[in-house]
Design a protein around this ligand. Structure first.
Ligand SMILES: NC(=O)c1ccc[n+]([C@@H]2O[C@H](COP(=O)([O-])OP(=O)(O)OC[C@H]3O[C@@H](n4cnc5c(N)ncnc54)[C@H](O)[C@@H]3O)[C@@H](O)[C@H]2O)c1
Length: 194
């Protein structure tokens, strides 16, 4: 990545902790100015501009993205990383929970990207990267809802990657994998994974 993001402005959703915080740090180290959008940005690195935003709420997303544009005058990169976990088979979560998880993990990507799109179209180096999961492509037990959401993230990313390059915007996805549990028991990986 060396030099590729120098001078660019990057939004990282869910950038106040975990994988998003690591992505934000790396972008910053590589020369980008970073804006963290998080429903609880209190843990965000103080080097970053922090905005409170719930990706499941369009008004909140629109206000935060407008705030980033006002502060920096440009938006070049969007990392759609905010996501939550869900456990169990198809019986485990009621309709409200299905709607909530899909709204955050999937529709949240559309909300944030839509709000940033007018700015991305003006960027000479625009890119959107969505955090999917190994659950996008691999069958995992006890992860029905979560896997459905991350499969949708992969499909959405492919659609975006097919469409947006014609307007100069690259699309891609990352597929993190939860580390194996420690020997002797215990739980590996934060709640939003695998
Ligand atoms: N941790 C893993 O092993 C793993 C594996 C594969 C994929 N992922 C994915 O990576 C992403 C980050 O996971 P993580 O483990 O770092 O999680 P995490 O719980 O450590 O961090 C998630 C961040 O997103 C924020 N967030 C949650 N809901 C939000 C909302 N509605 N609006 C705005 N911000 C919100 C949280 O406040 C938090 O700062 C998620 O999309 C997750 O599904 C994680």
């Amino acid at each position: 990545m060396s030099g590729q993001v120098e001078g660019l402005v990057a939004i990282v959703t869910g950038g106040a902790s975990g994988i998003g915080a690591a992505i934000a740090r790396r972008l910053h180290e590589e020369g980008a100015q970073v804006a963290v959008l998080d429903r609880d940005p209190s843990g965000a690195d103080e080097r970053f501009a922090a905005f409170t935003a719930d990706v499941s709420d369009r008004a909140s997303v629109d206000a935060a993205v407008a705030g980033v544009a006002e502060r920096f005058g440009r938006i070049d990169v969007v990392i759609n990383n905010a996501g939550i976990g869900a456990q169990g088979d198809v019986t485990a979560n009621d309709d409200d929970e299905w709607a909530r998880v899909l709204s955050i993990n999937v529709t949240g990507i559309a909300r944030v990207t839509s709000a940033a799109l007018p700015w991305l179209r003006r960027s000479p180096a625009a890119a959107v990267c969505n955090t999917a999961s190994i659950a996008s492509t691999t069958g995992l037990p006890q992860r029905a809802l979560y896997s459905a959401s991350k499969g949708a993230v992969s499909a959405l990313t492919r659609a975006m990657a097919a469409h947006h390059p014609r307007e100069g915007i690259r699309g891609s996805a990352g597929h993190p994998r939860t580390p194996a549990p420690p020997r002797g028991g215990g739980r590996a990986g934060p709640a939003a994974g695998p």
